[in-house]
Design a protein around this ligand. Structure first.
Ligand code: ZN
Length: 742
């Protein structure tokens, strides 16, 4: 088959339905943001006068400027998709301002990272102290600057902004010089810290300029610690920060496509297969508290209010798209479509706007939405982009053939071939799509219609006449003929509901109809922070956790689970007192997507056991004023982690951090309710070999037994805990610190 090509966003227009609505709502959000506020970190770093103060939240607590990079991408793609002139105006303005900062800096650099010049100079000199999210105690600086690289690339590639290409090349050359003195080992040390898809952007720079030095750089800044196990077809992903890994793999795939390194591409395929098949839940998302859980145990995903992160799916879709195009393999679209409807589309509030960070699968929990003035999280950055580019894969083409991949109402204008196509459909609310062709003259080509893996009894009619079908699910059905203007094609199929179990083999399952994941709204009570404030963790749904034992379960003969669904309307089903509907329609509510399945006897046994566990853990939570999960990115950032000669890891399904020098955390003692600090490690804690300081004074040790130590805290609203190693000896691996009332 000839190589698959995408259409540009300019060639495809959405004409109605949920995706068009999502695009319209995102457009409003994009326009609600102030370019001058987003530019402020760049002006600060260049020493230029500000036109507006920077945004708060993550834009002024270390990740300054990252949304500005995403904003360039969002403006460029939304402009390509809609032609809205205000977007181009803003894009041109943003790029010109960035060019002004770059000129002022004088060495090609432009960025929003706090104290950027001092920071990069240290790296240039080989002074590198990196952990998973901090590089020389700066919050993911390469991740941050990658957003700018990608934004400038998109401004040029999608919207044709030539100045963006100039700024990008200048920035690329600065980076090449920056890392020139570093050895390969030193570069790998830098890459221990989350760095987005920085390798991908250097591959893109090579495509834009044809200058080999960029392609060499792309390979040099590819993270070996991830790549090598993947080359050996080993899944070492459990415990890794998920969204740190996915963009690196997009880079491996891009580099492979440019260099012919087929083993790198196989590594990318292996990663994609493992994540999509063994690490993803029904709606396409992955991870818990941002980290990959064991493939054999999704219990933490079920329990946590920090379910799959939207950025992960944003990047998994980018990887799926790259693999679909490179491999000419339609099966990548089954995952792409599943994730598009059920995670990406669902991650934006369809009326008020606002983006979701975590989508918990914990029964009876809910999600939080961002607001333009308060929320500057990573998932706002990727969220701004998500809803600008729904047209990217509805259609694709080879030299001669036209492929219809998704059933989304839209028009296609294939200018090079003078072929126009209008797709009219109410899918998934009806199982039919009508395609109408408009041609300047009759043309021989093959119209290839995707036969999705979930579709049954697919039929195709041309001008009302049934066509013989040669195809099976997860392939294309080809209709080759001399097409003329006015020809119509009708695609029909049937869809069924099935239960899809979690990949860990446990008894939790979701109802999926065709590609659509179903869920029930269960309550609107106590949805604390439904629209996020500007607090550091405003994206977490902190309202009450309802016990798992109170969630609706499917009990009895497994043969009856599906027959209990009573159709109410198209994609609406009664299940006793619950009503299931597409998850992407579920907003402003607690919901249940996953159901536990039991035989009668197993149910009774399980309930008793769960109740006991929940009582214990809820009692502990109720006594907890604040806590730090050591070695986990977000909890550590939120507790102002600082440290030297410190490393983190994941063993026995738990995260940890240790040090040969010191570790600092700050805990908030609200209302002075906390009286004790309990510190838990994975190794025995010997108080003679490690010291604990609270607000700079040696802490009073109340008890030390095995892997737990208990310290007394004084009357301070802010508790600064320092754990210090003695004589450069490594401390135990600390797992959790809790400030308790009793
Ligand atoms: Zn995110």
């Amino acid at each position: 088959m000839a190589q698959m090509q995408p259409f540009t966003l300019q060639e495809v227009k959405l004409t109605g339905g949920a995706f068009k609505n999502a695009q319209d709502v995102d457009l409003k959000y994009i326009l609600a943001l102030d370019p001058d506020k987003l530019l402020a970190p760049y002006l600060i770093d260049a020493g230029l006068p500000l036109k507006a103060t920077r945004y708060g939240n993550w834009e002024s607590s270390g990740l300054d400027g990252h949304i500005g990079g995403h904003y360039l991408s969002a403006l460029a793609m939304m402009y390509a998709s809609t032609g809205e002139p205000e977007l181009q105006k803003r894009l041109d303005y943003m790029v010109a301002e960035l060019a002004r900062c770059q000129a002022k800096n004088g060495n090609g650099y432009v960025g929003g990272i706090p104290e950027g010049k001092v920071f990069w100079e240290r790296i240039h000199k080989g002074d590198i102290d990196g952990s998973s999210f901090g590089l020389n105690n700066t919050w993911v600086p390469l991740y941050n600057i990658h957003k700018l690289f990608a934004g400038l690339r998109d401004a040029y590639a999608y919207a044709g902004n030539k100045q963006a290409k100039q700024v990008l090349v200048g920035l690329g050359d600065w980076f090449v010089d920056l890392i020139k003195p570093l050895s390969d080992d030193q570069i790998q040390q830098v890459l221990r810290t989350e760095h987005g898809g920085i390798n991908e952007t250097f591959a893109d720079l090579y495509v834009l300029t044809n200058d080999k030095k960029y392609l060499e750089t792309a390979q040099r800044i590819s993270h070996r610690a991830l790549l090598i196990p993947l080359l050996e077809k080993q899944d070492k992903l459990t415990g890794l920060h998920a969204n740190t890994q996915i963009p690196k793999v997009i880079g491996f795939e891009k580099i492979a496509s440019l260099t012919g390194k087929s083993d790198w591409s196989e590594a990318a395929v292996y990663f994609w297969q493992n994540v999509s098949q063994t690490r993803s839940v029904a709606f396409g998302g992955n991870s818990v508290r941002e980290h990959f859980n064991p493939t054999t145990d999704f219990s933490q995903v079920l329990r946590s209010n920090q379910g799959p992160e939207t950025c992960n799916s944003f990047n998994m879709l980018r990887l799926s798209k790259a693999l679909f195009l490179d491999k000419n393999d339609v099966s990548y679209l089954d995952f792409y479509e599943r994730t598009l409807y059920n995670h990406i589309l669902s991650s934006q509030h369809p009326e008020k706007g606002g983006f979701v960070y975590f989508t918990p699968i914990r029964p009876n929990h809910y999600r939080v939405y961002s607001q333009p003035e308060t929320s500057m999280w990573c998932c706002v950055g990727s969220g701004l982009e998500n809803h600008t580019k729904y047209g990217e894969l509805i259609y694709s083409h080879s030299d001669n053939d036209l492929f219809v991949n998704l059933f989304i109402p839209s028009t296609l204008d294939w200018k090079a071939k003078h072929i126009q196509l209008t797709q009219t459909t109410r899918f998934p609310y009806e199982n039919q799509s009508d395609l109408t062709l408009k041609l300047t003259k009759p043309q021989q080509f093959s119209l290839q219609i995707r036969y999705p893996n979930w579709a049954e009894n697919l039929t195709v009619l041309v001008n009302g006449k049934p066509q013989p079908i040669d195809g099976k699910p997860s392939s294309y059905v080809a209709i080759s003929r001399k097409w003329k203007s006015g020809d119509t094609v009708t695609v029909r199929f049937t869809t069924a509901t099935h239960l899809e179990y979690l990949p860990d083999g446990s008894n939790w399952a979701a109802f999926v109809h065709g590609p659509i994941v179903l869920a029930a709204k269960t309550s609107t009570a106590d949805m604390k922070g439904l629209f996020a404030d500007d607090s550091r963790m405003g994206h977490e749904a902190k309202g009450k956790l309802y016990p798992l034992t109170s969630a609706y379960a499917l009990v009895g003969d497994p043969a009856t689970y599906l027959t209990r669904l009573k159709p109410v309307d198209r994609l609406e089903f009664g299940l006793d007192s619950l009503t299931l509907q597409p998850f992407y329609e579920v907003h402003d509510a607690r919901y249940q997507m996953y159901f536990q399945t039991f035989t009668k006897a197993a149910f009774n046994e399980q309930q008793a056991r769960l109740k006991q566990q929940e009582t214990e853990s809820m009692a502990l939570e109720a006594n907890t004023v604040d806590k730090v999960n050591c070695g986990e990115q977000q909890p550590e950032v939120d507790h102002q982690y600082k440290g030297e000669k410190s490393e983190s890891g994941y063993d026995d399904e738990r995260f940890w951090r240790r040090t040969r020098s010191y570790i600092d955390y700050q805990l908030q003692n609200k209302g002075l309710a906390g009286k004790y600090l309990t510190i838990i490690a994975l190794d025995n804690i010997d108080p003679k070999k490690v010291s604990f300081l609270i607000n700079e004074k040696p802490a009073e040790i109340l008890s030390a037994e095995g892997k737990t130590i208990r310290l007394k805290v004084g009357d301070n609203e802010v508790i600064t805990l320092r754990i210090a190693a003695q004589n450069g000896q490594s401390t135990p691996r600390f797992n959790q610190i809790r400030l308790l009332t009793r």
